[in-house]
Design a protein around this ligand. Structure first.
Ligand SMILES: Nc1ncnc2c1ncn2[C@@H]1O[C@H](COP(=O)(O)OP(=O)(O)OP(=O)(O)O)[C@@H](O)[C@H]1O
Ligand SMILES: [Mg+2]
Length: 134
């Protein structure tokens, strides 16, 4: 178990993705999320970490436990300094991909979590923050 309230992991290799997935699982367990919510958060995190690696050319995942109105949550932030997302509405459309993916990672992740915020601009990089509330 990890007593740290916040931390950062690199997302620069497939091995990093595996490690981040394990970290998210452990954080979800620490928060005592239901098994269904754990699976949702882990699935969303997998998609977003893969986007950071593939589309963002690598970056990092920041995590922190958060509290709002007496409610506990887990917030994950996927950050890169890659090319950015020129058209966010398009990127959030089911089935739209700039590459050879399924185009379901971003819109699917949005549906799996409670809060979903994308901050991105061409040339500046991308940050996607998600929160799951207990
Ligand atoms: N971190 C990022 N940096 C730059 N572009 C991104 C990033 N994340 C997503 N995108 C853009 O948004 C599009 C949609 O992302 P999404 O995850 O939904 O689909 P995908 O990664 O192409 O396919 P899938 O995730 O289904 O395998 C991507 O094709 C890419 O153009
Ligand atoms: Mg994707």
């Amino acid at each position: 178990m990890d007593a740290e309230p916040t931390g950062t992991l690199p997302l620069r290799s497939e091995q990093n993705i595996v490690a981040s997935r394990q970290k998210v699982r452990s954080l979800c367990q620490q928060l005592k999320l239901s098994l269904v919510d754990q699976t949702k958060m882990i699935t969303a995190a997998s998609e977003l970490s893969r986007n950071t690696l593939i589309h963002g050319k690598g970056g990092e995942m920041r995590w922190q436990f958060v509290e709002r109105n007496g409610r506990q949550g887990l917030q994950l932030s996927f950050e890169d300094e890659g090319p950015g997302i020129p058209d966010l509405a398009l990127a959030l459309t089911d089935g739209w991909t700039s590459g050879s993916g399924m185009g379901l990672g971003l819109p699917g992740s949005k549906r799996l979590v409670n809060d979903f915020v994308v901050d991105s601009a061409p040339g500046r990089g991308t940050r996607v923050s998600i929160t799951k509330w207990k």
